[in-house]
Design a binder for this molecule. Structure first.
Ligand SMILES: NC(=O)c1ccc[n+]([C@@H]2O[C@H](COP(=O)([O-])OP(=O)(O)OC[C@H]3O[C@@H](n4cnc5c(N)ncnc54)[C@H](OP(=O)(O)O)[C@@H]3O)[C@@H](O)[C@H]2O)c1
Length: 262
């Protein structure tokens, strides 16, 4: 008998999470849809079912441990414990650090770091006990250097990248695959929100195309997947550039190149 794979996605109500849910639904996976906006999740469930897939609406907030616990219990009760957990929920504020309100600072930390870690910590012991599974974290190409206008955002994305690296090593013998995904610009509400006018959205990708690439990386059980290729090159080069070069040349050069290439 074929056993259906169950996947749990946080931040499924729109953007990358929604596109991933649709893609997994088309592939015949059972998809647990987690986010705060129940109405949007209900609409997405109908969309997935109309394409022949199966979905479960699990409203909740990644900052609230009990709502994640409840969601994992419900998915197990109705289907089975998730085989794949995707920590995708995230928020962004495109502002200089000094312009961020303290509640905005905590929103970024609470969702992108604490919420991410809540999602993974609450599933990991059980996955290990079940004999294995896959943890997927949607971090960012902003994880590799501190980016202007995204100071707290890049700190949280760098933080979760290190966290994923550590749990991957810790659980090598436990049949737990850990996949870190670092996308470039994806055309979602996140990049359309308060973005500085000087920043051209170079190599901007649509969520559906992005989801196909992420699903392929998950299926290949990649450890780290940075895309598209120009962003991969920038992400790989930037950590080796000295701080003074980074400050004086790299940021203005990248900004200039972006304007030229666009
Ligand atoms: N778009 C890009 O260019 C880009 C690039 C690199 C990395 N990423 C990362 O990709 C992930 C998805 O981003 P996106 O572009 O798809 O953004 P988006 O369109 O703004 O979607 C964000 C998702 O996160 C959910 N969310 C926010 N706060 C939440 C909370 N407290 N609890 C549960 N869910 C919450 C939202 O749902 P509700 O509002 O319904 O809760 C929504 O479904 C993020 O982690 C982001 O940092 C995006």
């Amino acid at each position: 008998m074929r056993v259906t794979t169950t996947v749990f996605i946080t931040g499924a109500s729109r953007g990358i999470g929604e596109a991933l849910a649709i893609e997994f639904g088309k592939m015949g996976y059972r998809v647990g849809l987690f986010s705060r906006n129940k109405e949007k999740l209900d609409q997405l469930k109908v969309k997935i079912e109309n394409k022949g897939g199966e979905a479960l609406v699990l409203p909740g907030d990644v900052r609230d441990i009990n709502s994640i616990k409840n969601a994992y219990e419900k998915i197990e009760e109705i289907w089975k414990f998730p085989d794949i957990v995707i920590a995708n929920a995230g928020v962004i504020y495109w502002k200089k650090s000094q312009d961020l309100e303290i509640n905005e600072v905590h929103d970024i930390i609470d969702v992108n770091f604490s919420g991410f870690v809540n999602t993974v910590q609450l599933v990991l012991p059980r996955m290990i006990a079940n004999g294995g599974g896959q943890i997927v974290g949607i971090t960012s190409s902003a994880a590799f250097r501190g980016l202007p206008y995204l100071s707290i955002y890049s700190a949280t994305k760098g933080g979760v990248l290190r966290y994923l690296e550590a749990i991957r090593v810790e659980n090598k013998a436990n049949n737990i695959d850990v996949t870190a995904i670092c996308p470039g610009f994806i055309n979602t509400s996140m990049v359309n929100k308060d973005i500085p006018s000087w920043l051209p959205l170079l190599f901007l990708m649509e969520p559906a195309e992005c989801a196909k690439k992420i699903v392929a990386a998950i299926n290949k059980k990649k450890k780290l997947y940075i895309f598209p290729i120009p962003i991969l090159l920038l992400a790989k080069i930037s950590p080796f550039i000295s701080d003074s070069v980074y400050e004086k040349i790299f940021i203005p050069l990248t900004r200039w190149l972006f304007t030229k290439i666009k």
